[in-house]
Design a protein around this ligand. Structure first.
Ligand SMILES: Cc1cc2nc3c(=O)[nH]c(=O)nc-3n(C[C@H](O)[C@H](O)[C@H](O)COP(=O)(O)O)c2cc1C
Length: 497
């Protein structure tokens, strides 16, 4: 049994932030801060201890089941050391640092000498509220053997931007400053985000060095192409910060997924993808333009995160991903029946473009024709539209509703309004909206541009990204939401006990 002190849980057990702030005569924002950092000054901890004893409550969390292990694992902060080397895109990393800090990552930052020509340690310190390290030969910094200690107990070391020079130093084990010493002394995973002039990038020296680093297991966030700060065009631009952020986060989650095998079997994802095909007769059918690519990308990326993935796919012309369970269907009715059979999951993502209707042929005398016989051209008949089942509504209103139900909305106009309407009407937790227009037909494309809308009304817009990148953004967002719901339910359960 694990015994540990969980500040948010204690505050919850004592009636929440408002009650505890009254009991301790402190500001609610101070309490929120304690919860966020899972840290509390010793004098207040003693007071909380007394209050818990008075109410006969256990100060320790007792996690006996596997689900709780998942909770601990997901709640624990990731520890990242960011080494900023001296490229022109250094300033962009300040936004990345802000994002990590805002999202509760435990970060330390090291600046190389050249990086300090572009940004100052003071800016970094003001963003993270702690010291930014720069010196190898400093009695103050080396009091703690920082060139070794900063390398320890990190979930990840991220070098961003990573200069050609720093890549070369990493390759050859050169350790002539604090950052390069840390890399050499580290046993953590290393991820680099190179950024440089296109010629520096293409240079065989750089490319050969990268090959060696990749063979050693160093992760790479590839640079983008476009016009550089120096005016030249080519590959070498630092990717957008939100891309580096989600890449890093997913990289960490994937690592966790691999490390914790129980996560692998625990988070069950059910995804529908592709179109449905509604039979008119043995030869003809109605369908739509969905290629299945976005749903398949989601299935593949969730699988890489260590989740257990069931994919229910309509008919597509692309390679099927090797998920834990693949079910192929044709019609909306078949898809519904398979969704019902597999509803026992944590997250349901309805990415399939389910045909809203099917066409039923009738004779002119209003007699329904069977769809097992071919319709004859010379015979007169007409079609009636029959509604197909609303699969996502079925899941959302089901007694066995998964913790998260996520839908997709493809609209030709009033995107946000229509997608939000769908979110509310179908009681979804999140909707992924994309606008179908001339420049963004989406269907069959490798790229997509979306809005993610959650039920709190938060709207996030992405730029044009590959469907795999989009999948990773959706995964990050859904894991965050899932975690929130899980923690809420967990607290409810522990209080009921
Ligand atoms: C204005 C300016 C911009 C630079 N931008 C880059 C860059 O984007 N990428 C890069 O690899 N090197 C760039 N350099 C060269 C590096 O600063 C140089 O190789 C330095 O030695 C890198 O040191 P570090 O790797 O220890 O940080 C730039 C140099 C100058 C003067």
């Amino acid at each position: 049994m694990n015994n540990f002190i969980n500040i948010p849980e204690i505050i919850f057990k004592l009636g929440g932030t408002g009650s505890v702030s009254k009991l301790l005569n402190t500001n609610p924002s101070t309490i929120s801060n304690w919860k966020k950092k899972n840290k509390i000054p010793k004098s207040y901890m003693n007071k909380l201890n007394t209050l818990m004893r008075e109410k006969n409550l256990n100060i320790y969390s007792e996690h006996k089941d596997n689900k709780s292990n998942f909770y601990i694992q997901k709640k624990s902060k990731f520890s990242i050391l960011i080494i900023i080397s001296g490229g022109v895109s250094c300033y962009k990393i300040l936004e990345l640092i802000r994002l990590f800090y805002k999202n509760d990552f435990n970060i330390e930052v090291v600046l190389t000498k050249s990086a300090q020509k572009f940004i100052t340690p003071l800016i970094v310190t003001s963003l993270i509220n702690k010291k930014c390290f720069t010196e190898l030969f400093s009695s103050e910094e080396e009091e703690n053997m920082n060139h070794i200690n900063l390398a320890r107990n990190k979930d990840l070391i991220l070098v961003a931007p990573c200069t050609a020079n720093f890549i070369a130093k990493m390759t050859y084990g050169i350790a002539d400053d604090l950052g390069s010493n840390i890399i050499l002394a580290s046993d953590s995973k290393i991820l680099i985000a190179p950024s440089m002039n296109p010629f520096m990038w293409q240079n065989k020296a750089t490319q050969n060095n990268l090959e060696i680093l990749k063979l050693r297991g160093v992760g790479l966030i590839s640079p983008d192409s476009g016009v550089m700060a120096c005016g030249e065009n080519g590959t070498g631009r630092l990717p957008e910060i939100d891309k580096i952020y989600s890449f890093t986060k997913n990289y960490l989650l994937k690592k966790e997924g691999n490390k914790h095998t129980e996560f692998k079997n625990k988070l069950k994802i059910l995804i529908t993808a592709g179109p449905t095909q509604e039979k008119i007769d043995p030869i003809r059918y109605v369908s739509n333009n969905s290629s299945g690519k976005q749903g398949y990308a989601l299935a593949e990326e969730f699988l890489k995160c260590g989740a257990n993935v069931t994919l229910i796919s309509g008919p597509t012309n692309i390679k099927k991903p090797s998920v834990n369970k693949l079910i192929e269907v044709l019609t909306a009715e078949e898809m519904l029946s398979q969704v019902e059979k597999n509803i026992d999951c944590d997250i349901f993502i309805s990415c399939a473009a389910v045909c809203d209707w099917k066409l039923i042929p009738y004779t002119m005398k209003n007699k329904k024709l069977s769809n097992s016989d071919k319709l004859k051209k010379h015979e007169k008949f007409f079609f009636k539209l029959e509604n197909n089942p609303d699969i996502i509504k079925f899941v959302s209103e089901n007694k066995k509703r998964p913790k998260l139900v996520i839908g997709f909305a493809a609209e030709t106009e009033n995107l946000i309004h229509n997608a939000t309407k769908k979110l509310n009407e179908k009681q979804l937790d999140m909707v992924v909206a994309n606008l179908i227009e001339k420049g963004n037909t989406i269907f069959g494309e490798e790229y997509n541009k979306i809005f993610i809308i959650d039920k709190q009304g938060n709207i996030e817009e992405t730029k044009k990204l590959t469907k795999h990148e989009i999948a990773n953004l959706i995964i990050s967002k859904s894991l965050e939401l899932h975690e929130k719901i899980y923690v809420k339910n967990y607290y409810r359960k522990s209080v009921a006990i």
